[in-house]
Write a protein that binds this ligand. Structure first.
Ligand code: EPU
Length: 417
């Protein structure tokens, strides 16, 4: 397994191009299951999770061609309705095939995703929603078995505004008979991006981006050609790297509107941020100020930025509080950050951070995707050498992150072990 080695203390300067969004690309690639014929997707990031999605779709019977950041998928020949354990355990988002498979093939058998490092992450709301659309669901031998001769539109209230749950149910409802209303739907930009793609295919979805989404079912959909939106979490991660190293970094090809909460908090921390169209320039301030954050569903501060922001607060001038309200166990990076010298205490879902003047490089272990990114950030600013081990998770969600940081002036390299 590879590891990343960083000599900290360099000031980052220059431009970095932001890749397509992993969490938009995953459901959008899966939505190809709803059509016959070739769909074309551009600006697709080259990530482990994208490879897992391609493997899953080809296992179901889809034809797939890849040319750089363009992926073409024809799901006309899909006849297998099973997502096996070996594929689902590599990527929880595999559950996204449930809705489209039931809509298209009238049945699906999907290995139940287990918990993961950040929490139990049940899928009960995906299943309850699908039942409301008329599917019968059984859990057998670790698999979800769902079937429905004909899905029928219905009112669905989501107890929690689940992101992939909303996406799964939208993909099931587009081919259902009648009208589906999703209440307390997730409002993330990735949900809007999926709805836009589905509408381009011929669906009738209104309200995506609000908490009430209305879907008028249609009988068939057609293939599309679309581009994946920029990754707001990759954008935020690079913004923090600039603030952290007192650098001057311009992010190209990003969507500033999707990062309002992150930009607001970074400005409060002393970073100077200017926005021009699809570009964001971040100039690190002379001093990093303490700022409290609480993770919330969009448009609140994203849980996927919590670990990275915590690194910034670890070297801030003062004391800050970070509350995690989305996942029950998303503080696993803290023990590793402490090894790099951060002063962080935990009480329940609250972390109390006392900023220290310097972090000191150490050997650390990556535990989940965003935790991995936080350790890289800590390494960029720590004195001496930081070695981030088990970076498998990083490759699931960041495209060549070490090359992008190296181009900004970081002393960072990947080592094959
Ligand atoms: N939840 C339930 N029941 C459900 C579904 C969710 O209790 O049926 C709970 C979860 O356990 C969690 C909360 O609801 O406590 C929110 O989870 P959500 O379903 O919204 O998360 P997700 O759809 O599984 C997506 C992203 C995550 C991101 C979260 C929150 C994708 C593929 N994944 O996960 O991204 O953290 O939304 O914004 O879109 C990442 O990229 O690193 C990542 C973890």
């Amino acid at each position: 397994m590879d590891k990343i080695i960083i000599q900290g203390g360099r000031t980052l300067k220059g431009e970095v191009r932001i890749s397509g969004a992993k969490n938009a690309a995953l459901p959008i690639l899966v939505s190809s299951l709803l059509t016959d014929g070739w769909n074309t997707y551009s600006n697709v990031p080259d990530l482990k999770d994208i490879q897992s999605t391609k493997l899953l779709l080809s296992n179901l019977g889809a034809r797939i061609e890849t040319d750089g950041d363009i992926i073409r998928i024809d799901a006309g020949g899909v006849c297998n309705h099973e997502a096996p354990y070996d594929l689902v355990r590599k990527m929880r988002a595999s559950i996204l095939v449930l809705g489209p498979l039931v809509a298209r093939l009238k049945k699906a058998r999907i290995s139940l995703p287990g918990g993961c490092a950040i929490g139990a992450r049940p899928i009960n709301l995906h299943l309850k929603g699908l039942e409301r659309l008329g599917a019968s669901i059984e859990l057998k031998h670790g698999y979800v078995e769902a079937s429905a001769d004909c899905l029928k539109g219905n009112e669905i209230y989501l107890d929690i505004a689940t992101v992939t749950g909303t996406e799964n149910l939208m993909m099931a409802a587009v081919l259902a008979k009648g009208i589906t209303v999703l209440r307390n739907a997730a409002r993330e930009p990735e949900v809007i991006a999926l709805a836009d793609v589905l509408n381009k295919m011929g669906s009738k979805i209104e309200g995506a981006g609000t908490s009430v989404i209305t879907i008028q079912g249609v009988s068939t959909l057609h293939p599309v050609s679309v581009s994946i939106i920029p990754d707001r979490i990759e954008t935020g991660t690079f913004m923090i790297s600039a603030a952290l190293t007192r650098g001057d970094v311009t992010l190209l090809n990003c969507e500033p509107d999707h990062l309002k909460a992150t930009i607001h908090k970074l400005r409060l921390s002393g970073a100077r941020i200017t926005i021009e169209g699809k570009q964001i320039r971040v100039l690190g301030g002379d001093e990093i100020l303490s700022v409290d954050i609480k993770t919330l569903p969009y448009p609140g501060f994203p849980t996927d930025m919590q670990a990275q922001f915590m690194v910034l607060m670890s070297v801030a001038n003062g004391f800050s509080i970070i509350s995690e309200t989305i996942f029950e166990n998303r503080f696993i990076h803290i023990s590793e950050l402490r090894r790099i010298g951060a002063d962080i205490k935990i009480s329940g879902n609250t972390a109390m951070i006392t900023g220290v003047p310097t972090l000191s490089g150490a050997q650390v272990m990556a535990t989940d995707l965003r935790a991995s990114a936080s350790l890289i950030l800590a390494g960029l600013v720590a004195e001496g050498t930081t070695e981030v081990n088990r970076i498998y998770h990083l490759d699931r969600g960041y495209e060549t992150i070490e090359k992008k940081f190296a181009r900004l002036g970081a002393a960072i390299k990947r080592v094959k072990v």
